[in-house]
Design a protein around this ligand. Structure first.
Ligand code: ATP
Length: 248
């Protein structure tokens, strides 16, 4: 992977681990350079708020990238969306068209193809380590869909590629986008996010802990990554926090 990529990132590959995000977060205090950790299989993958990310040894790509930013974690609120844009553009170049679901999912034909989980940790001596975890379904076995209890997307076209070539392409796209995000923030990604918005103009609900907080027409995101919603009371901007989005 390292020799195929232009990004200056240390690459580590392990056959199996619980969660690549957990592993890199634990190591964040001692990291001195960006690290890409790729797991052949991830047995305890994480989503937001304690949810889990399921994967199969043969059909999933699971990896995390630790990247250091100057400044505090509050500057990284738009980062999951920027990573969605990076992934969306990289997948499109590889022949797979995807849409983005606010705040952190990548959909193909309406089903989830990839998840993004970003966790942060203060860096000793200043700055913040962002651990960017990505789970991408290549083949989605029936057994995994049954465990999920809903349909999910796979990308068999990508499953036929050499894994290293695929990972190098994704790593290069991510590294470029992380540098752009550090220099310009989410504003540099906002228009591209909106071009891939899965539910633009559709009626959606914002759910917090099973309760519907808002309902309205999804109108894209602003340049800080908030979802704009046209409700009966007018336009509101929703912060990601831990709310979930459903299309009606
Ligand atoms: P939701 O998709 O329910 O709105 P979310 O986007 O907030 O929630 P995350 O925490 O980002 O969810 O991801 C975890 C969720 O993704 C799980 O609760 C499960 O529904 C779904 N999921 C887990 N593994 C996979 C997978 N391999 N493919 C597709 N979806 C998955």
């Amino acid at each position: 992977i390292a020799s195929l990529s232009h990004a200056k990132v240390a690459v580590e590959v392990v056959p199996e681990t619980g969660s690549t995000n957990a592993d890199l977060l634990a190591r964040a205090p001692t990291l001195t350079e960006p690290v890409l950790l790729v797991a052949g299989h991830q047995s305890a993958g994480r989503g937001r708020a304690g949810r889990s990310w399921l994967s199969s040894p043969e059909g999933s790509l699971t990896f995390s990238l630790a990247w250091k930013f100057d400044g505090g974690p509050q500057q990284l609120t738009g980062l999951p969306l920027a990573i969605g844009v990076a992934l969306g553009d990289a997948l499109a170049q590889l022949g797979v068209q995807v849409q983005l679901k606010w705040p952190n999912d990548v959909l193909k034909d309406g089903d989830k193809l990839a998840g993004i989980l970003i966790e942060t940790q203060g860096a000793p001596g200043g700055g913040t380590w962002a651990v960017i975890g990505i789970g991408l379904n290549l083949i989605m076995p029936d057994e995994l869909e049954a465990r999920l209890g809903r349909s999910a997307a796979g990308a068999p076209w990508l499953a036929r590629m050499e894994r290293d070539v695929l990972l190098a392409a994704l790593l290069d796209a991510l590294a470029d986008s992380l540098r752009l995000f550090a220099a310009q923030g989410f504003g540099a990604f906002c228009a591209r996010w909106n071009l891939r918005h899965a539910w633009q103009g559709q009626v959606v609900t914002i759910i917090d802990n099973g309760q519907v907080l808002h309902e309205g027409l999804a109108a894209g995101v602003d340049d800080t990554g908030r979802l704009l919603l046209d409700t009966a009371e007018g336009r509101i901007a929703v912060l990601a926090g831990d709310v979930s989005l459903r299309v009606k």
